[in-house]
Design a protein around this ligand. Sequence first.
Ligand SMILES: [Zn+2]
Length: 322
Amino acid sequence: MTFAHILGHDRQKDILRRALAAKRLAHAYLFEGAEGIGKRLTALALVRGVFCQTGRGCGECPSCRKIDHNNHPDLHLVEDDGASIKIEQVRALQKELSFRPLEAPRKICLIDGADRLNPAAGNALLKTLEEPTGGTLLILLSARPEAVLSTIRSRCQRLPFARLPQAAVKKVLLDLVDGREHEAHVLAALSEGSFKKALGKDRDLFLEQRKGLLKGVTALSSGSIIPLFDFAAALTEEKERLTEILEIFQAFYRDLLLVQHGASDEELVNVDLLEKIHRVSARETIPSLLRKLDALAACRRQLERNVNRQLALEVLLLRLAA
Ligand SMILES: [Zn+2]
């Protein structure tokens, strides 16, 4: 993976390329931006740039190959174990960094998910950031930079990454889904510029399960309360994917609102459900749709505050069924 292979992020790549060429790389970077938009790929392209034996990040030389196979002895990758990055991991890293680089001109450490460093681990890492040994380069990645210890943030050069434009994501997805236009469109729209989201575990949720979920929510009626509570109970079980499910509902009601405002079909997310969109839109009004979108936003805020999930969902569904 070289800089040229990474979609978008031209400014970020340019900054890094120039710093690399001028041998003026910072000793620590914090790449900030949503999950799955290319921060890690960009970091690995930078590692190649530093380690490559041809100096071009060629992808062919032994150094580049080792980076791609994640077995370069001077590249140290630290990730969370599903929840947090622990102090033992930081200590093990510091031990590695105390040795000379084996093959490369310097050691590089990639910390993916810097916001998940627990406080003890974060404080331990500060020492490395303050006194980097032997020209070690640290690259920290985070989708939630506001949750990174401020003392860590202030010691890094921060490089923000924007979400990729939907059209650019769709273009790449089209190739990956064998030209299925609707599929690429829906995935690009719901993944918000994240390939990880578009092609990862959410893919089936975004494509097939989305249809069932929307069927469920549009069939609700405030006059028949039992199916509504059953649906709320089923959603309550979806702890891991609830955010994405609420995003699917939001995209649907936004589509309905767009139709009410006279938008063309290509502007919608759910281009494969046009018949349903127009049918449901006909029984709504702009104020009723705005109330439903408000209810969805309120529910998401409540869930972030760890309120009773089932209760929040019941209230939401009552408001969506109104
Ligand atoms: Zn190379």
